[in-house]
Design a protein around this ligand. Structure first.
Ligand SMILES: NC(=O)c1ccc[n+]([C@@H]2O[C@H](COP(=O)([O-])OP(=O)(O)OC[C@H]3O[C@@H](n4cnc5c(N)ncnc54)[C@H](O)[C@@H]3O)[C@@H](O)[C@H]2O)c1
Length: 97
């Protein structure tokens, strides 16, 4: 799974998902590079090795195209949720199989 938006809620969800058996965190994205890097660092020394997307307000679209990704958690500001969710679902990121 991957997470878009690594402000307050994103890292909190990251710290939950990282301990769930069978879940692999494969992608992280925040428009602010330092937030993306800080979230990645939380996973240092774990079995998770996510690809990091950042540096552009549209970088999240690249995340949605990543192949080893079944599920996207969106923790950006509310007005972005519909656009991001629909795009993610259009790329098949709706469930793990
Ligand atoms: N903080 C809470 O306790 C809380 C509780 C319930 C719901 N929520 C909701 O959760 C969502 C996230 O809240 P938060 O407190 O973490 O907000 P936040 O502002 O701390 O984090 C949002 C993150 O999204 C990033 N972002 C903005 N535009 C982006 C883009 N185009 N691509 C990638 N990343 C982008 C920001 O850089 C930021 O790091 C909001 O919709 C909020 O209303 C928050």
């Amino acid at each position: 799974m991957g997470i878009i938006g690594l402000g307050n809620r994103g890292p909190s969800h990251l710290d939950t998902f990282r301990y769930i058996e069978g879940v692999e965190i494969t992608a992280l994205c925040d428009v602010e590079p330092e937030r993306a890097v800080a979230a990645r660092k939380r996973l240092d020394g774990t079995q998770h090795n996510p690809r990091v997307y950042s540096g552009s307000p549209e970088a999240w679209r690249e995340l949605c195209h990543q192949e080893n990704l079944d599920l996207v958690v969106i923790t950006t500001p509310y007005p972005m949720h519909a656009t991001m969710a629909v795009y993610a679902m259009e790329q098949g990121k709706t469930r793990g199989e």
